[in-house]
Design a protein around this ligand. Sequence first.
Ligand code: BGC
Length: 767
Amino acid sequence: MKNYLEKEEWCVVENGLHAEYNKISESISSLGNGRLGCRGNFEEKFNGPSLQGSYIAGIYYPDKTKVGWWKNGYPENFAKVLNSVNWVGIDIWVNEIDFELNPNQIIEFYAELNMREGILRRKTVAELPDGKKIEILSERFYSMKTKDRCFLKYSVKPLNFTGEITLAPYLDFDVKNQDSNYDESFWEHLAEGENDKMFFVQSKTKKTDFMVTAGMRNRFTLNDEEIENPSLVSNTAFVSAPLKIKVNEGERFSVEKYCSICSSFYYDKESLIEECKSQLEESLSNGYEKAKNSHIAVWQNIWNDCDINIQGDIAAQQAIRFNIFQLYQTYNGDDARLNIGPKGFTGEKYGGVTYWDTEAYCLPFYLATADQKVSKNLLRYRFNHLPKAIENAEKLGFNSGAALYPMVTMTGEECHNEWEITFEEIHRNAAIAHAIHNYTNYTGDKSYLAEYGLEVLIAIARFWRQRANWSAEKQKFVILGVTGPNEYENNVNNNWYTNYAACWCLQYCIDSLQLVKETFPDHYNKVIAKTNFETTHEPKRWKELMDGMYFPFDEKRQIFLQQDGFLDKSLMRAKDIPHEEYPIHQNWSWDRILRSCFIKQADVLQGLYFFEEHFDKETIERNFNFYEPLTVHESSLSPCIHSILACAIGNHEKAYELYMRTARLDLEDLNNDTKDGLHITSMAGTWMSLVQGFGGMRVRNDLLHFDPFIPENWASYSFKVKFRGSSIKVIVTQSEVSIINLSEQKIEIILKGESKTIYPQEVKSIA
Ligand code: BGC
């Protein structure tokens, strides 16, 4: 746990440089706009730990798989989002001395990530070896308004001398991914130079042939007076615009750096240079402040819809905003080709690819805070990948239109290459089906099922039917050789969650077939024909499987067993593991972890969360009380689900503890890995913990339900949700709950079990 960042309502502040944690700070101060993003690297050279990273959504490279022992069925490639052009760089020379930010020479340092505005600011005062002092101010943002554009303002002031200072803003495309499997560069450099006042670099990805052009224009000033533009200095994949001037003591030498980064993901290759040029021309003529104001205005709208206000607990307040902020920087849903990488634009780990995290964790957040088309785009991403999921299942020996969605993907092809996950963590299929249910249940939009969802559900149901086998010994169907969500167990038989989720998928598919048949007969006929669906035979075989499925259960404790034989383990409590051995995946051998009883993340409990309505409170409580103490929460996806369930069973102390753990995971580096990037997908879990956990929000029988609880140390909290064309605000204090209807239509909700009709702009409160 690291506690070096200051807690403010709207900002994350590092006061005084903590160089040893710099990679953590870089992750935390990452900026992005859904299309572009980068880590909070310093503009100038830095003599300390740093991971340079800037990324472009959708631009990936299929890195050749590297494994110790090849197994048939492994994917050939791992698609990775690429580290791309470094646009933030600015070199400084002070009287011909190449300046480098040296932690030992920093007298003053203040960095502020302003989440309300989406801006990163920094003030640094440094002393050079010869005693000269300079003050540096910097500010940057990725425009949320014009998505290919990023802006930076940077200045230097000599504090105790007069001298010659050079500012050299540059673009550097000579970058590599640290996680390259064969230490290759993924980019082929094409050109650099000047075109009509724009300095640019242009590269394309090897194999995938994506082309990217980054252009830069600069506006230099001395004490706010504009000064001449410098000429170009270039090198392979590098362009710089150095300007050297004499600066008197106390004067401020500044540059506004305007950049556009355009890719062939959005534009014709031939037009990239012209596109960058015209964007930059416009940016420059509008000026920095105008771009900044329109960017801030977009953030204002986002916050207006999805801010969560917590009074009385600054750590919780800062954290929830940080989570929401990072989610909207990563994905804002205007393109069904894009998805949400677990680390967003904040690091290389997980390669920017899509996991089940999107469906299981992120979808509820976007359903309730964004326009419906955003969550629909997330679902359509998987619909578009259905042919590949069928192909993927075929590679593994399945047939007749069965689909196994990849564990990790960019284009629909599987990228993961650890057999115990690639082949065995098949529960991801269920999360994708569950997301369709979630969307339909939340939005009431059944047409999605007819147009897209049903086809996906049929392919998933077919997979489950083929993946299970009849056990003559048990006289039951079993699912063997799987990895459940708890990845600290591999190759287990009858993972309760997987078996349960499989049956749920089959039933949901049967119900959906019926619904679509009755409500959208034309679509029904099309889907039946397209999938060659055997309307009698297939559902019959699915029902056999559901009726005969085996579920491991412990009669004595009346709990579901995570898998066959789970109780043979020596049962210990996670809290008895010595502190210094955490996280165990960094300190224990894999062998020891696999044999231990310790659980990485919700597994049985993930099922109780997804299918809560099927279980009574006592069942949830018994299972929670058995499994949570064994859980080390070493997946970022873990504490949030536990916090929600803890709320559901009234264990408020635990709910709060786990809420803070999910909310401040990165701000305090709780899993000791924030340096690699932020845990973006679990941030949606933080939102769920607050809204579904503390707020008790559920959708049942087409109505929103709330059953709020408020932690003792909070004075109040409030959040807004969108629901079927309505928008409401929920305010919870220690004494009452109020719901405000912000929309033009009346809405009926269930508050603490009581039905309430709330008219437009009306407030209903309950003690
Ligand atoms: C978790 C997976 C998750 C992945 C990406 C792993 O540590 O165990 O459930 O999908 O991280 O977030």
